[in-house]
Design a binder for this molecule. Structure first.
Ligand SMILES: CCCCCCCCCCCCC/C=C/C(=O)SCCNC(=O)CCNC(=O)[C@H](O)C(C)(C)COP(=O)(O)OP(=O)(O)OC[C@H]1O[C@@H](n2cnc3c(N)ncnc32)[C@H](O)[C@@H]1OP(=O)(O)O
Length: 242
């Protein structure tokens, strides 16, 4: 009996150690990831500001930062994996919609349709994304290091109230501007007849994507409002009790 209890406690200790090691690895990875992403988006912010100051126009700005943008935005797919394996407490669906819609904007709209790259709406969503991501990743980094300045927390859970609609406006305007080019060129579309007997019209697909913002965006926005209430108002209640 004594030996079983002893075994049990050894096993328990081993399990606890494993859990601790796993979470330490997860914390180390997330810290590295968030620092790298903060740096990446900071590089983008500086590159955009430098371009504008030097050239005095936004024309050509997208092209100058395209590579860095594609790299850091595509890497964000890792965040869906973070949720799926449970190292961050966020919904796979919410994160998936957020990340995939961004990747879609970058690769299948802005990168594929050169004629729209100099539109003001592109600069609008780029500026909004950049500000949001610098705030978000630095929030996660400082939070993981247990040294979170209040202004970063405040910015993370307040700025989205304006930034989210602005970013979405920039994205929708960009897709809208792309529609005539897509229709004219028939890009990424599959016409009948063909040997697989399938057809796909990218123009109508984009119309559906635009319409899908109507049910999906409010869900993301209300998710963030709930997070805001949890983090900001929750903390106020705790402070009052203390
Ligand atoms: C095929 C084509 C498909 C097209 C589909 C089209 C439809 C699309 C419709 C909508 C489109 C939206 C487009 C987006 C536009 C913009 O981004 S505009 C710019 C403004 N944007 C924002 O403000 C973004 C706001 N959104 C987000 O922050 C996220 O994307 C999120 C997923 C919604 C965030 O939510 P969540 O992670 O749940 O909230 P948090 O409070 O930040 O975190 C919760 C907990 O998880 C921890 N955590 C999360 N990530 C990390 C991490 N990287 N590292 C460490 N920790 C992390 C976080 O600390 C929290 O933990 P706890 O404190 O323990 O709760």
């Amino acid at each position: 009996m004594a030996s079983t209890e002893e075994d049990g406690s050894v096993e328990e200790k081993e399990n606890n150690n494993k859990k601790r090691t796993k979470s330490a690895i997860a914390v180390a990875w997330l810290t590295f990831y968030n620092i790298a992403m903060t740096a990446g988006w900071l590089v983008l912010a500086i590159a955009m500001m430098r371009f504008y100051i030097q050239k005095g126009t936004h024309k050509g700005l997208y092209k100058s930062i395209a590579r860095t943008l594609k790299f850091f935005q595509t890497i964000a797919l890792v965040e869906v994996v973070h949720c799926a394996i449970g190292i961050v407490r966020t919904s796979v669906i919410v994160t998936g919609v957020q990340v995939c819609s961004r990747i879609f904007m970058v690769w299948f709209i802005t990168n594929s349709i050169k004629q729209i790259q100099n539109e003001e709406s592109v600069i609008l969503f780029l500026a909004v994304w950049t500000f949001t991501e610098i705030t978000r990743y630095s929030f996660y980094t400082f939070n993981l290091l247990n040294h979170l300045p209040y202004f970063i927390k405040w910015a993370r859970y307040n700025m989205f109230i304006i930034m989210y609609p602005l970013g979405v406006a920039g994205e929708l305007l960009t897709i809208y501007t792309a529609l005539p080019y897509v229709r004219k060129t028939g890009m990424l579309s599959v016409r009948l007849p063909n040997k697989y007997n399938v057809s796909f019209d990218y123009y109508y697909f984009l119309v559906i994507v635009m319409l899908s913002y109507i049910p999906l965006f409010p869900q993301l926005y209300f998710h963030m409002l709930r997070q805001r209430r949890k983090v900001l108002l929750g903390e106020i209640i705790v402070e009052k009790d203390e």
